[in-house]
Design a binder for this molecule. Structure first.
Ligand SMILES: Nc1ncnc2c1ncn2[C@@H]1O[C@H](COP(=O)(O)OP(=O)(O)OP(=O)(O)O)[C@@H](O)[C@H]1O
Length: 249
């Protein structure tokens, strides 16, 4: 087994309140790993720690064997671990193609100036088209982002994230606010992009988690309550108790 991301003893205290307590987490390369748990379990805090948006009080995080505990998020993105929606790269007045092109320019370290000549921009077109195609938005290539449905905007955000060529994607509630149709579309998309990448996601929709995840870590009160595949964790009496106790479904 090859490990993409590993946390040991991850702890975050807010003024004495322990939101994440001694969490060990191992995400295997090439898998879809979900972080779930009832409200207030510490998922978001844990996710922010792993993506370096928060500094841990204690513990260590390794990505691809490298200690990233003290690295800033931008540096981690350069190592290949990208948080989707991190870049909130959807510019409403740009087209689908232009949005992905901007992300590509960013990846290549070019200036953020998208008013530059059309000629210098068009050389990104071919790559941009392939990412748009990967997320199923080819027929909307010239539509302004603002005109897209909510689900397609999320797909566009994923395309912009893919343009950064991540080996590992961290998704924060990718299904939040989606219609059932969008949930199905984005699920298929996540499955597709996971073929040659590692994915860690925080997700509330348990049927999505059941469908997509190879492995699930259940948090409750800041601690790891259970870990395994969906069949295993969903049978755990502690997990059932934690969800019922918190008034979740
Ligand atoms: N900046 C902060 N300062 C103080 N307490 C915080 C802070 N951020 C989170 N917490 C507390 O830490 C606990 C875990 O919160 P967190 O948002 O990580 O949980 P969650 O599992 O993501 O919850 P939800 O599913 O409701 O989003 C909660 O009790 C929350 O109030």
């Amino acid at each position: 087994m090859s490990i993409a991301l590993e946390a040991r003893g991850l702890t975050k205290e807010f003024k004495g309140f322990v939101a994440v307590n001694n969490v060990d987490l191992t995400v295997e390369k090439g898998t879809i790993h979900a972080l779930i748990g009832p409200n207030g379990a510490g998922k978001t805090t844990c996710f922010n720690l792993l993506t370096k948006f928060l500094q841990p009080t204690r513990g260590a995080i390794h990505y691809e064997g490298r200690d990233i505990t003290r690295l800033p998020p931008a540096e981690i993105a350069r190592l290949g671990m990208v948080r989707s929606f991190q870049i909130s790269a959807v510019f409403p007045d740009l087209s689908v193609l232009q949005n992905v092109r901007v992300a590509l320019q960013r990846k290549r370290g070019e200036s953020y100036d998208f008013w530059r000549s059309e000629k210098s921009l068009t050389r990104f077109d071919e790559a941009a088209r392939s990412y748009v195609d990967e997320v199923g938005l080819t027929e909307f290539l010239d539509h302004r982002a603002a005109q897209l449905s909510y689900g397609r905007k999320r797909a566009l955000e994923i395309a912009a994230t893919l343009a950064l060529e991540p080996e590992m994607l961290l998704l924060d509630e990718p299904m939040a606010g989606m219609t059932q149709e969008d949930v199905e579309r984005i699920s298929a998309l996540i499955r597709r992009v996971a073929r040659n990448r590692t994915i860690l996601m925080v997700e509330h929709n348990l049927s999505v988690v059941a469908n997509l995840s190879d492995r699930i870590t259940v948090l409750a009160r800041g601690e790891v309550l259970a870990e395994g595949d969906y069949a295993t964790v969903s049978k755990s009496p502690e997990v059932i108790e934690a969800y019922i106790g918190a008034g979740n479904d």
